[in-house]
Design a protein around this ligand. Structure first.
Ligand code: UDX
Length: 434
């Protein structure tokens, strides 16, 4: 089939490449000419393992092209909307301006009898509204399907090519057939294909992210209790996770969740529920958000404790500022927000990240960024591991002790072996671990 993909950020670029991999002819459309130019050369403007190779192979095969001209959608049968829905600047709700603009532009440029498939994460009720707008603009001919995306950064290619499930929200079951045709390969490989109404499809996405965020805040709440009682949260998570009903994943205690999805999705969900008069049902998400942000304050407090109460003038090595490893994304990164808070409290903060340094520098130019972990560690009074990149997990405690001024480490992701670090002379603090 001939497909267009509107928006070529994390979601759109990956989706476009994956659709080409499935055998479709795809044009990715983006208003940013620099993005279009880079992607056309097979270059990806962000770090996502495996994506550049996939894009390059399909720009070479000719199945994948990019354009800044929305007119390029004119000979496509199906159009995927993959633009961002960030948190609005003046409220916790989602900013839908990019989705609205994309659908409006599509309605003017596409063949009127084609299908628009929304993939962006939107507040429940959005698809119904967009459908009405689309039908009006196309004399009732265009159809709309909502098909949420569940990809994780760092695994975007894998998650798009081999998703856990495909969910499509429709107002006419026949439209599901069009989407099923696009994903035929995955469906034949056993991927569950669920057809629902619009509202359920929209909710599947935000409910899934709310559940994941709740798991993380739950285990972080347990880490506080562990700290107060001398118990160990990692063993606790392992033990409760062995119950299949609970499961071990997303129970890693630490400095909390960040990124371009979980924080803004739970806030937008709460805002939408408030609008609909059912805000009380999501009151627990306020607590999930609060607990998550509290982990950042706890990290700053622990840093002060490890420095005998005084942050002023202390040299702190920050290892990792990406919101998670294998990503250069610093959106709502707990690590970066902790680094900035320590700097504001008078510490000399020296930051290293294998990939996210440049993005962090753009967001917080006043911190001191260096090119290697060795440079960050040199003469540090405190070492803080905040993003669990493999190179930090592999640090040798004995060698590292020789580099720093004082062997004190805060392990914000509970990934270091506390015993071997202590044996090498370190004062070790994790989050809720012994
Ligand atoms: C998330 C969802 O996983 C994905 O399904 C959705 O489509 C988009 O949002 P992503 O933002 O890429 O994906 O990151 P994810 O791997 O979910 O991690 C989110 C944050 O939670 C990271 O900051 C991570 O460090 C943190 N996290 C994760 C924990 O603190 N503990 C855990 O046990 C797991």
């Amino acid at each position: 089939m001939r497909l267009s993909v509107i928006g070529t950020g994390y979601l759109g670029a990956t989706h476009a490449a994956a659709m080409a991999e499935l055998g479709h002819e795809v044009v990715g459309v983006d208003a940013d000419p620099r993005k279009v130019e880079a992607l056309s050369r097979g270059e990806v403007p962000f770090y996502e393992p495996g994506l550049a190779e996939l894009i390059a192979s399909h720009t070479a095969s000719g199945r994948l092209t990019f354009s800044e001209d929305i007119g390029a959608v004119a000979d496509c049968d199906v159009h995927f909307v993959c633009v961002g829905t960030p948190q609005a600047s003046a409220s916790p709700a989602a900013d839908l301006s990019q989705v609205d603009a994309a659908v409006e532009a599509l309605a003017k440029s596409m063949r009127p009898d084609t299908v628009v498939v929304g993939k962006s994460t939107v507040p429940v009720g959005t698809a119904q509204r967009l459908r009405a707008e689309l039908r009006e603009a196309t004399a009732g001919q265009a159809r709309l399907v909502w098909n949420p995306e569940f990809l994780r950064e760092g695994f975007a290619v894998e998650d798009t090519l081999r998703p856990d499930r495909i969910v499509v929200g429709v107002d006419d079951d026949r439209d599901a057939e069009v989407v099923a045709d696009i994903y035929r390969t995955q469906i034949s490989q056993g991927t569950p294909f669920l057809v629902t109404d619009y509202a359920t499809a929209e909710l599947v996405k935000v409910a899934a992210n709310s559940f994941l965020a709740t798991k993380i805040s739950f285990i972080n709440a347990m880490s506080e209790i562990c700290d107060a009682t001398g118990a160990d949260v990692t063993t606790l998570a392992h033990a409760i996770g062995l119950d299949e009903r609970i499961g071990r994943r997303f129970l890693r205690a630490g400095i909390g969740f960040g990124g371009g999805c979980l924080p803004k999705d739970i806030r937008a969900f709460m805002a939408r529920a408030d609008e609909m008069g059912v805000g009380e049902s999501l009151a627990f998400l306020r607590e999930v958000d609060r607990l998550n942000l509290q982990q950042r304050d706890t990290a700053v407090r622990m840093a002060a404790e490890l420095l005998d109460g005084s942050l002023t003038g202390a040299r702190i090595a920050i290892l990792g500022v990406a919101f998670k490893p294998d990503s250069d994304d610093v959106r709502d990164s707990p690590a970066l927000s902790i680094a900035a808070a320590l700097h504001l409290k008078g510490a000399e903060v020296v930051v290293h990240d294998p990939r996210a340094g440049a993005n962090a520098q753009r967001a917080y130019p006043t911190l001191n960024y260096v090119d290697s972990a060795d440079e960050a560690l040199r003469d540090a009074d405190l070492t803080m591991l905040l993003t669990e990149w493999q190179e930090y997990r592999d640090l040798d405690p004995t060698r590292t002790a020789e580099q720093v001024a004082r062997p004190a480490v805060f392990d914000g992701r509970n990934v270091l072996d506390a015993e071997s670090w202590r044996r090498a002379g370190w004062t070790y603090r994790g989050v809720g671990v012994r």
